[in-house]
Design a protein. Structure first.
Length: 276
């Protein structure tokens, strides 16, 4: 009987230790709320295994438009936020949801449209192109989802002196979905659409679409990363989240970002400097 109790005690101790080990393994993970472009471009699929191998930290990504990603972080449902709409990011900082913001990388936006270019806008001037699209009532697909790309698109329309919300004839269509869906819709409609270059390069269903406007400095697209404020949300995994932030802006992380290519094309360009 005594041996039986000893055996049961050993079994119990093993289960407790196994449970503790399981809990520790489970705790070594973080949630990152991020823009769809970092996911759809394949960047995370490339970066995260490198980070996990180096640190043992598992990163679970919630891919949303930038506005939704920031709202997820505002609810305390993420440890880190990694997005691309600097004005919104600075508002997030000012509200106290993060203490520091770091530049990580950049690429640019491109205006994509039918290869035949019915609006005759091919070139490198985005404002002239948007005015021509509006004047000709050429079909245009907008993400309409408060993403960083959507915010950038609306700012470009404003710079061009066009209010697409008052568009007549139904040429401007908001779909409230991500970049992949917007590109698919534009392909089906023979429409123009603003895309981040990373998603465009990785997008496989290009069909009759091609880049028609690129190279304008107003199409610059900066990405930033922030640790969600652990003083506001004590459950935030401060050390693990900060390890991810630190790695992204480190020499190793920046080199990994620069090394991600599709068909020889670099999708993102590292430019981490200091906190803002």
């Amino acid at each position: 009987m005594r041996h039986r109790f000893c055996s049961l005690a050993l079994v119990g101790l093993f289960l407790v230790l196994a449970g503790s080990a399981g809990a520790s393994a489970e705790e070594k993970s973080i949630v990152v709320a991020s823009t769809t472009s970092t996911q759809d471009s394949g960047l995370f699929g490339y970066l995260l295994p490198i980070f996990r191998k180096k640190t043992g930290i598992e990163v679970k990504v919630v891919a949303q438009g930038t506005g939704q990603a920031l709202d997820t972080a505002r609810r305390g449902d993420a440890d880190v936020v990694f997005v691309h709409a600097k004005a919104q990011e600075e508002k997030f900082l000012a509200e106290g949801f993060a203490e520091k913001r770091f530049d990580v990388m950049y690429n640019d936006f491109v205006l994509v449209g039918p290869k035949a270019d019915p609006a005759g806008i091919k070139g490198d001037d985005i404002e002239t192109a948007l005015r021509a699209i509006a004047a000709r009532a050429a079909p245009f697909v907008s993400r309409g989802d408060r993403s960083g790309t959507h915010v950038a698109e609306l700012a470009l329309w404003k710079q061009a002196g066009v209010d697409p919300s008052s568009a007549k004839g139904g040429w401007y269509r908001e779909i409230g979905q991500g970049m992949g869906a917007a590109l698919n819709t534009a392909n089906a409609m023979g429409a123009y659409v603003l895309s981040d270059r990373g998603t465009w390069i990785s997008f496989e269903n290009k069909g009759d679409l091609a880049i028609v406007v690129e190279g304008d400095k107003r199409l610059f697209n900066q990405y930033g990363v922030m640790l969600v404020n652990p003083q506001k949300f004590p459950h935030v995994k401060k050390d693990l989240g900060q390890a991810f932030v630190d790695w992204l802006i480190s020499r190793d992380g920046q080199a990994a970002i620069a090394g991600y290519r599709i068909d020889g094309q670099q999708l993102f360009f590292p430019n981490a400097e200091k906190a803002s």
